[in-house]
Design a binder for this molecule. Structure first.
Ligand code: FAD
Ligand code: SIN
Length: 537
């Protein structure tokens, strides 16, 4: 199949681009599971944006939102990018409302929430299931959009480039190979405009707030195709993932208690009931995430307790059920009444601040390849993302990427259609009968990343992780080439690549900054505010 725009991923970035792009040409949007299987659909707190003056919190301004974003980013944001994305936020909110997103209102005005690092209330939300509201509206809109082909259960395996076909003089993208999970066949999708909107890589870690689909496929594909990747050491750990050792099942393990709950007055306390976060930052429980997650990690290590607690017992009866019904009901289902008991929480891997290097319009270093949303490293987040800036970024850069693509001629469309692209060759026709190897390796990667490359790092632990990952990579490569591909093998191959990129970037950064904290280099270097760029040749 050939398309004018080949989009990989169906979260806010992919779908909002797909809907807009379909007005200008044929769009194919591939997604590896169902359309609603995305981090977007799990988002809780909301989307940060400074609205028109009559609708914003008193004293708020675009300048303040920019300042908060730069402050959270610990000296590594690209200020021009921050200015552009934050300034254009309000317009793209209008698009979402137009697609049917129903943000909460109070007395005829948008009800604005607050989260860590924000100096004002500026977060639009739909109760505590903002992501589901956005994802459902986008999917409904996409389904009725002409010129847009939505293909579920299509797992993009690798990008096809002229370089990979041996035409090294003119490296550009030609499309992608994707596994049709319903038939088991690998299909070729041709396009000279391929847009990665594949989200992040939370599943690289043992404990994460992310759904199973977040395996870093886009970063791994871009890396294999030779695009530049940067800042992968900056993995954001969300401070308040529900801690529930008795529970089994992914839902209980990765259940997030939104930062917006702290925005409404919840406080982090230790087992003795002390508000320990103030010792680390005067903003206490509402400091930026890197600071709060480190404070919790420190407290857990200091006291030997398995978790800390989020306390909302001082809020009026009925408040949680009304403002955070999903969180309230889910906790009840897990046996916890948060009006009467403090909520046990621990930090967990949440967001990938680095990724495929792009300009403000989603353009990567490989011709024809774009990256938008969490997979991209635009410079908005720097060393630590400000809460609720991610949905904002995905929505704004989707719009900008389309404008950028439309502003340029489309000279390669026909040549891509005629190009001799070899059919996929399966390594072996036998189905993998050694699934246990996959599960073992998957578990080993996630565990070693958690033990050696999480909130607090050391040179020694990073070295160990690098050595272990080198061996695992070799094993996974042999397995990959020796078996017929399936989603598990593909995700394992991507996980090991992304884990290695995180470690490589972390090893390069000989300082502590934002989300990268190492006891061997505890200070922030005044002259070292650079990306950890890394490129495969
Ligand atoms: P995603 O929404 O993750 O979509 C990626 C898509 O790509 C998925 O459809 C996936 O299946 C598909 N895909 C991946 N690999 C392949 C492949 N190989 N082939 C085909 N398809 C593929 N951010 C905020 O701003 N505000 C919040 O309140 C907020 N709350 C959050 C709460 C939770 C629990 C989580 C996990 C994240 C939260 N975030 C929040 C972060 C935010 O949700 C994500 O960063 C954002 O939704 C990413 O959007 P995206 O479109 O880039 O990627
Ligand atoms: C949350 O609701 O706490 C998540 C917000 C975010 O990740 O931006």
């Amino acid at each position: 199949m050939t398309a004018d725009f080949l989009i990989i991923g169906s979260g806010i970035a992919g779908l909002s681009l797909a809907i807009r792009a379909a007005k200008h040409g044929k769009v194919i949007c591939l997604t590896k599971g169902s359309l609603l299987d995305s981090n977007t659909a799990w988002a809780q707190g909301g989307i940060a944006s400074v609205l028109a003056e009559s609708m914003r919190d008193e004293g708020d301004s675009v300048e303040l939102h920019i300042a908060d974003t730069l402050d959270a980013g610990a000296g590594l944001c690209n200020e021009a990018v921050v200015r552009t994305i934050v300034s254009e936020g309000a317009n793209t909110i209008d698009d979402l409302i137009h697609y049917g997103v129903d943000f909460d209102k109070k007395n005829g005005h948008f009800s604005l929430g607050k989260e860590g690092g924000h100096s004002k209330r500026r977060i639009l939300h739909a109760r505590d299931t903002t992501g589901r509201e956005i994802a459902e509206a986008l999917v409904a809109q996409a389904r009725i959009t002409e010129n847009l082909i939505l293909l579920e259960n299509h797992f993009a395996i690798d990008l096809i480039t002229t370089g990979k076909l041996g035409m090294v003089a003119d490296d550009r993208v030609l499309g992608a190979y994707a596994l049709n999970r319903d038939t088991g066949e690998v299909e070729i999708f041709r396009s000279d405009r391929v847009i990665l909107a594949t989200g992040g890589c939370g599943k690289v870690y043992l404990y994460t707030t992310n759904p199973d689909s977040a395996t870093g496929d886009g970063v791994a594909m871009a890396w294999r195709a030779g695009a530049t990747i940067a800042n992968m050491e900056f993995i954001q750990f969300h401070p308040t993932c529900f801690y529930n050792p008795a529970a089994s099942g992914a839902e209980a393990r990765s259940f997030l208690v939104s930062e917006a709950v702290r925005g409404e007055g919840a406080i982090l306390i230790n087992q003795k009931g002390e508000d320990f976060t103030k010792k680390h930052d005067p903003r206490g429980s509402l400091a930026p995430r890197d600071i709060v997650a480190r404070a919790i990690d420190h407290e857990i290590k200091r006291t030997g307790a398995p978790c800390v607690y989020l306390d909302v017992r001082h809020k009026p009866t009925g408040f949680m059920k009304e403002r955070f019904p999903f969180i309230y009901d889910t906790l009840l289902r897990f046996g916890l009444d948060c009006e009467k008991q403090p909520i046990p929480v621990v930090p967990a891997a949440h967001y990938q601040c680095g990724g495929v290097v792009t300009d403000i319009n989603g353009k990567t270093t490989l011709r024809g390849l774009y990256a938008i949303g969490e997979v991209a490293c635009t410079g908005l987040h720097g060393a630590n993302r400000l809460a609720s800036n991610s949905l904002l970024e995905g929505n704004v850069t989707a719009r900008r990427a389309l404008d950028e693509m439309l502003a340029h001629l489309h000279p390669n469309r026909e040549s891509v259609e005629l190009m001799d692209i070899p059919a996929w060759e399966h390594g072996d026709t036998a189905a993998p009968d050694e699934l246990v190897v996959i599960y073992h390796n998957w578990d080993e990667i996630r565990r070693l990343m958690w033990d050696y490359v999480s909130i607090v790092r050391t040179d020694n632990r990073l070295r160990r992780a690098a050595t272990r990952l080198r061996n695992l990579k070799k094993e996974v490569r042999e397995f990959y080439w020796g078996h017929r591909v399936n989603a598990d093998i593909l995700e394992l191959r991507n996980l090991v690549s992304v884990a290695s990129l995180i470690v490589d970037c972390a090893v390069k950064r000989k300082e502590s900054r934002g989300l990268h904290y190492t006891t061997d280099h505890p200070n922030t270097k005044a002259t070292h505010a650079i990306d950890t760029r890394t490129r495969k040749f």
